[in-house]
Design a protein around this ligand. Sequence first.
Ligand code: C5P
Length: 227
Amino acid sequence: MSVLALVPAAGQGLRLAAGMAKALVHLGGVPLVVRAVDGLLASGVVSDVVVAVRHADLELARGLWPDGRVVVVIGGADRSSSVRAALEHGLRRRPDTSTVLVHDAARALTPPALVVRLVDAVAAGLPAVVPVLPLADTVKRVDGSGAVLVTVDRSVLRAVQTPQAFEVSVLRRAYDLADPADHTATDDAGLVERLGEPVHTVLGDPLAFKITTPWDLRVAELLVGAG
Ligand code: C5P
């Protein structure tokens, strides 16, 4: 059984406003994408990693893993195009892949134990598994002007993280059927849901939060002792 991890890292990171690809921003002296990949490999259950970066960052990113353990490919204009590019490359390289993990480079502090939980769940027979957390805040639906329409029952809602784990044929079918021009699915499990395949959940981890804004980066710096 071979586990392939895909790490889309080709986003511009406009909300972080660092003037470079977010994945290459340093956290305590280490690029976010390197921390994300280190967490995957530290789990001991990942065989191969493919990272997708912007064309302009290709040389720099390849220099981050000179031993070739991590393969770097060129990503696309949106996250799912980057995942698609990494998936095609990864499966060509490792046709024996049984499980695929799709992770965000921006979830740099994801604990290896979470990666193990997800891979174990797929190995136990679940076709698609995502890490989730309950919502702490009250949630309201609003109209275009910001006026409250209704308070939503948060007990049935979950915030979804990555890595998301898939049985290889399920993710492959999801990407084969997805329209590359349709950007409405915000995660990979969303594409699997459209197949009618069940998506299961496991408990996520607050440390798997996505570093999106300068505030998130500040929190991450404090967490790694670089504050
Ligand atoms: O922008 P957002 O934080 O939602 O991006 C999630 C992940 O997808 C990030 O790791 C980002 O680098 C990646 N991404 C990508 N290709 C894009 C856009 C985003 O690989 N074109």
